[in-house]
Design a protein around this ligand. Structure first.
Ligand code: BEZ
Ligand code: FE
Length: 294
C-alpha cells in the first residue's frame, strides 16, 4: 500500500491566499514568484478587510477596464492612476536614493519628449509668445561642490494655457517650451522661458472621475521639468516649483519636495531686462543642481 498523500485543504476565506501562492510553487522565475506572492497576499488581505459586494467588485473591474481602454500612444491612464495614488513617487523614491547633497528627484510625468532641440545658452524655449517672461539660471555641480562643465539640462514645461505642446498638436508650435542646454566651462547654464502656472492633469477619464469622487482636485502646482545629466554622474529627473503656488501642499501626483521649491523674483529693471533680452518687468529664478557620481 502506498502512503496516502494529504488532500490539499479546499478553498476558504481564511486560506485563499495560501492556496493561490502554493499553486506557484514550481514557477521557474524566483522574482516573478516573489512579486506575485506579495501581490496575492496584499490583495486578498484588502478584499478580506473591504468585504466588497459583488456589485462593488464588478464596478472595480469596470473601472480598470475603462482605464485600459483609455490608453493609447498619446494617453497613459494607468500611469495617471499610479501617479494619483502616489505609487509613481514611491517607485521613484526607492530607485533614486541619493546622497544628502544631491538634487532630489521627482516624477517624470507623461509629457517628456525624447529628442528636444539642443539650444544655445540664453535662448528661449517659449515659441508661442504667451506668458510672463522668465530667466532661469544656475549651476550644475558634483556632491563636493565642484562645477560640472558639459552637463546637459533637458527642460520642458506647460504653456500659459496649462497644456504641453504634445497635448495641443496644431495649436502650439512643435517643441514649444522644450530644449536641451549644456553647461559652459564654469558649469553654468541660463535660458529664457515664461513663468510656469499650475495646471490640471488630464481628468476627462476614469482617473479624473475617481479624483472627483474622492473630493480631490486634479491640479499640479506650477513647475518646470528637468533631466540633468553628465558623463560619469547619475542623472536626475526633477522639477523646480515657484514658492508662491497655491497647490504646493496638494499636488495631484505628490511630486513636491521641499528642496525643489524656489523663490521666483519679479525684477523691475529695464537695463537688466534689455541685457537678458526680455520685456520689463521679468521673473528670475536661480536653480542649482547637484549630481552624485555614477
Ligand atoms: C507632469 O508634470 O507633466 C505630469 C506628471 C504626472 C501626471 C501628469 C502630468
Ligand atoms: Fe508637468
Amino acid at each position: 500500500m502506498t502512503a496516502a498523500t494529504a488532500k490539499p485543504a479546499s478553498f476558504s476565506e481564511d486560506n485563499s491566499d495560501d492556496l493561490v501562492i502554493a499553486r506557484m510553487a514550481s514557477c521557474p522565475d524566483a522574482r516573478l514568484q516573489a512579486v506575485l506572492a506579495s501581490i496575492v497576499r496584499h490583495l486578498h488581505a484588502a478584499v478580506r478587510e473591504i468585504e466588497p459586494t459583488e456589485e462593488e467588485w464588478m464596478a472595480a473591474i469596470g473601472f480598470l477596464t475603462e482605464t485600459g481602454q483609455m490608453c493609447d500612444d498619446r494617453r497613459q491612464e494607468f500611469i495617471l492612476l499610479s501617479d494619483t495614488l502616489g505609487v509613481s513617487m514611491l517607485v521613484d523614491a526607492i530607485n533614486n536614493r541619493k546622497s544628502r547633497a544631491a538634487t532630489e528627484s521627482t516624477v517624470l510625468g507623461p509629457f517628456h519628449v525624447a529628442g528636444a532641440p539642443h539650444r544655445a545658452l540664453g535662448e528661449t524655449i517659449c515659441l508661442d509668445g504667451k506668458g510672463a517672461p522668465l530667466v532661469v539660471s544656475g549651476m550644475v555641480r558634483d556632491a563636493g561642490g565642484a562645477p560640472i562643465p558639459g552637463a546637459t539640462l533637458d527642460v520642458w514645461q506647460a504653456n500659459d494655457d496649462g497644456f504641453y505642446d504634445v497635448q495641443q498638436p496644431g495649436t502650439q508650435p512643435d517643441m514649444n517650451l522644450r530644449g536641451v542646454f549644456t553647461t559652459d566651462a564654469e558649469g553654468r547654464y541660463w535660458f529664457r522661458s515664461v513663468k510656469p502656472l499650475f495646471y490640471a492633469i488630464p481628468h476627462d477619464g476614469p482617473v479624473g472621475r475617481l479624483l472627483h469622487a474622492l473630493g480631490r482636485h486634479p491640479y499640479r502646482p506650477a513647475h518646470i521639468h528637468f533631466i540633468v545629466a553628465a558623463s560619469g554622474y547619475r542623472p536626475v529627473t526633477t522639477h523646480i516649483f515657484p514658492e508662491d503656488d497655491p497647490y504646493l501642499d496638494s499636488d495631484a501626483v505628490f511630486g513636491v519636495k521641499d528642496s525643489l521649491i524656489l523663490p521666483f523674483e519679479l525684477i523691475d529693471d529695464a537695463e537688466a531686462a534689455a541685457r537678458h533680452g526680455v520685456a520689463n518687468p521679468f521673473w528670475a529664478v536661480e536653480a542649482d543642481f547637484v549630481l552624485d557620481r555614477a
